[in-house]
Design a protein around this ligand. Structure first.
Ligand code: SF4
Length: 701
């Protein structure tokens, strides 16, 4: 055990515990932490390869100003001076931070505090906008707060697990392993997978519903209607704990069974079986991920799923409930500290004068942002049209991952002042920076992350900081001090930031918010260092103890009731004669985001070496492309060229292309250059699914 450090995997939202060890020769070995309640010793291929990704190749080791090495003081002074000058001349909304679910909670907290409390703007958004903001919006509409009811154990206890818009086997592999093990133990457990593509996850399913892309709203509105018509509503629960049922029913009654069949394209037998399973099974968990969230109707999709669980009272009890799976290691931690443009810290609402006052008094800040800031797509649009004069990007690569990626690259290139904090100097985004600030990577940095089931775990450092790299929270605090806010950013260590975050979550908590982590305010450095994984809520002493949300039927709207949201399906087919294919983007098993880390492992790259488009054999024949031939995919936004992967797992007329490849690995493989900047009207989450494109055999010019 000596020299072994317990930490947390930095990739997906499962948040697996990892035991890392540095060998005498400096190599890093990892294994799953058997004591971590999220993975009990398991790791997936990405987690197992963590030791292969921590080399210094390509690392940014010193601050740089316009490509020239600079001292930290010089770089930080310039950042503070330029941001202050832009604010003085153009106002607080002329600057922006674009941050990341890769940041630790402590980094996120300091970034949010500096922007919202001291600069006075809410122009801080995150790449988590691309991943789960529709779930946040759906939770807030239904529950009155962004509270995720599910736990991983619920999947193991359920008799019916529905996975919609989730390729769990590849995107949350350890959770998939837990589910597969539970099903092997209890063969009576049923699994339904809803996905236009026959994914690896679908192979585990008793029923695979290959719906047309983006027709999940019709599917679940039809389910809601079916529950009513078959007397499957828990009338007592609905009367005692909810409101808006009648309006939701009126909206759903306009959708007949035949309408659902027509929209989804499902065979009647399959649809009947799905509705029968849901209607007759008490312990149902519905997991959803990017296939639901990344849609122009993402928030409505979330709410129709929540409607079905509320209508049957299947929420707040073991083995049942809706469960949004987060994509990133700390998307949830970002939500807790308000790292989104439309949220305040500690789940408080930026729209509420009372909440703004509470946060401002706690921070003792000179001002507080008074309205929501720019969400990711709008933020880069504001960069493009010159409204943003100074932009700080942290731990993310929007030139690859944002929709309309070429336009985002052009906007960043044209921005008068761009700061990028990253571990690498070679990312597609870092190349456009005026100032590069070297950050700490996994194994070097220290702090906390929160996974999909609200479990807060420590990431611990076990490697020396390379070169002059420093933590993101430190960089932000140094800039805050230089902007004139020395007392508010006087942190010495991440433990102090965490303690402040915990204290804020419990501050003046008499308003009934019992989902805080106030019990962790006042931690000593030593207890922070030895902090074991725990789930919030963890109220301060004297607060109401509750380990499971909604167990007592209470929600966070003022009247304590949940809300049904009346949703009507919208037509989802965007194809046209010019753009006859539907493109869905997504993840593959062995790569992470834009491959800046997983791309270093030859073992991981041997799984799938190049970007590809999955397409149906008849579509491949019609466009005249053979297996491994090159396909050009085009939309009004741009083009990408990838290998054809011909498979009947893919429905006719549709394509699946992974989102990982950047220009370093494939010259024309950036699929987000093809995706238009269409967003959900409520959450602002980009629709990375259901994109109308043309596909043809590539011919070199
Ligand atoms: Fe890491 Fe996710 Fe794999 Fe767990 S399942 S090891 S958190 S990538």
């Amino acid at each position: 055990m000596e020299n072994e450090v317990k930490t947390t995997c930095p990739y997906c939202g499962v948040g697996c515990g990892v035991i890392a060890k540095v060998g005498d020769d400096g190599t890093v070995s990892v294994k799953g932490d058997p004591d971590h309640p999220s993975n009990y010793g398991r790791l997936c291929s990405k987690g197992s390869a963590l030791g292969e990704t921590v080399d210094l190749d390509g690392r940014l080791l010193h601050p740089e100003i316009r490509g020239t090495r600079a001292a930290w003081d010089e770089a930080l002074d310039l950042v503070a001076r330029t941001f202050s000058a832009a604010i003085a001349e153009h106002g607080p909304d002329s600057v922006a931070f674009y941050v990341s679910g890769q940041l630790l909670t402590e980094d996120y907290y300091v970034a949010n505090k500096l922007m919202k409390g001291f600069i006075g703007s809410a122009n801080i958004d995150t790449n988590s906008r691309l991943c789960m903001s529709s779930s946040v919006a759906g939770h807030r509409r239904a529950f009155g707060a962004d509270t995720v009811p599910g736990t991983y154990e619920d999947l193991e206890l359920a008799d019916l697990v529905i996975l919609t818009g989730s390729n769990l086997a590849w995107c949350h592999p350890v959770l998939y392993q837990r589910l597969a093990a539970a099903k092997a133990k209890r063969p009576g457990m049923k699994i339904v997978v809803i996905d236009p593509r026959r994914t690896m996850t679908a192979d585990l399913a008793d029923l695979h519903l290959a719906i047309r892309p983006d027709t999940d709203v019709a599917l679940f509105v039809g389910l809601f209607s079916h529950l009513v018509l078959n007397n499957a509503i828990d009338q007592n629960y609905v009367a005692a704990h909810t409101s808006g049922f009648a309006e939701a029913f009126v909206a759903s009654s306009s959708v007949s069974f035949a309408d659902v069949l027509e929209q989804t394209g499902l065979p009647a037998m399959q649809l009947r079986e799905f509705y029968r399973l849901f209607t007759t099974t008490e312990k149902v968990v519905t997991c959803y991920s990017q296939g639901v969230n990344q849609s122009s109707s993402g928030t409505d999709k979330v709410n129709v799923i929540l409607n079905c669980h509320l209508a049957t009272g299947r929420i707040g009890r073991p083995g049942m409930g809706p469960f949004s799976l987060t994509g990133q290691p700390n998307a949830m931690g970002g939500r807790e500290v308000g790292g989104l443009a439309n949220m305040l810290a500690a789940h408080m609402a930026i729209e509420s004068a009372e909440d703004r006052d509470r946060v401002q008094r706690f921070w003792q800040s000179p001002r507080i942002a008074e309205r929501p800031g720019l969400k990711a797509v709008d933020l880069f649009q504001a960069v493009a049209d010159g409204r943003i004069k100074a932009l700080w990007i942290m731990a993310t690569n929007p030139v690859v991952s944002m929709p309309d990626a070429d336009a985002v690259a052009a906007a960043i290139k044209a921005c008068p002042f761009v700061v990028v904090s990253d571990i690498l100097k070679t990312t597609d985004t870092a190349r456009h920076a005026h100032i590069l600030l070297p950050s700490l990577g996994w194994g070097e940095k220290s702090g906390t992350v929160t996974n999909s089931e609200r479990r807060i775990s420590r990431q611990r450092s076990f490697l020396d900081a390379p070169g002059e790299a420093r933590a993101d929270w430190w960089q932000l605090a140094e800039v805050g001090r230089r902007m004139g806010f020395a007392a508010a950013f006087d942190y010495e260590a991440p433990a102090e930031v965490f303690e402040e975050h915990a204290a804020l979550s419990a501050f003046e908590n008499e308003g009934g918010r019992d989902f805080d982590i106030g019990a962790y305010a006042g931690l000593t450095r030593q207890t922070y260092d030895t902090l074991a994984p725990f789930q919030w809520p963890q109220p301060a002493e004297g607060g109401k103890a509750e380990t499971r949300f909604f167990a007592d039927g209470g929600f966070y709207h003022a009247d304590g009731k949940a809300r049904f949201v009346a949703v009507e399906p919208t037509l989802s087919d965007r194809t046209s004669t010019a753009y006859p294919f539907t493109l869905n983007t997504g993840r593959i098993r062995d790569q992470w985001h834009t491959m800046t880390r997983t791309g270093k492992s030859a073992r991981l790259s041997s799984h799938i070496a190049e970007p590809f488009a999955e397409l149906h054999p008849r579509d491949a024949m019609e466009i005249g492309v053979g297996n491994a031939g090159l396909v050009e995919i085009e939309s009004p936004q741009g083009k990408a060229v990838v290998r054809a992967l011909i498979t009947d797992r893919q429905a006719r007329g549709s394509l699946f292309v992974p989102m990982h490849w950047n220009d370093q690995f494939a010259a024309a493989g950036r699929i987000d250059a093809v995706v238009p900047p269409v967003t959900d009207r409520i959450s602002g989450q980009p629709a990375s699914k259901n994109v109308a494109v043309a596909a043809r055999k590539f011919k070199a010019a």
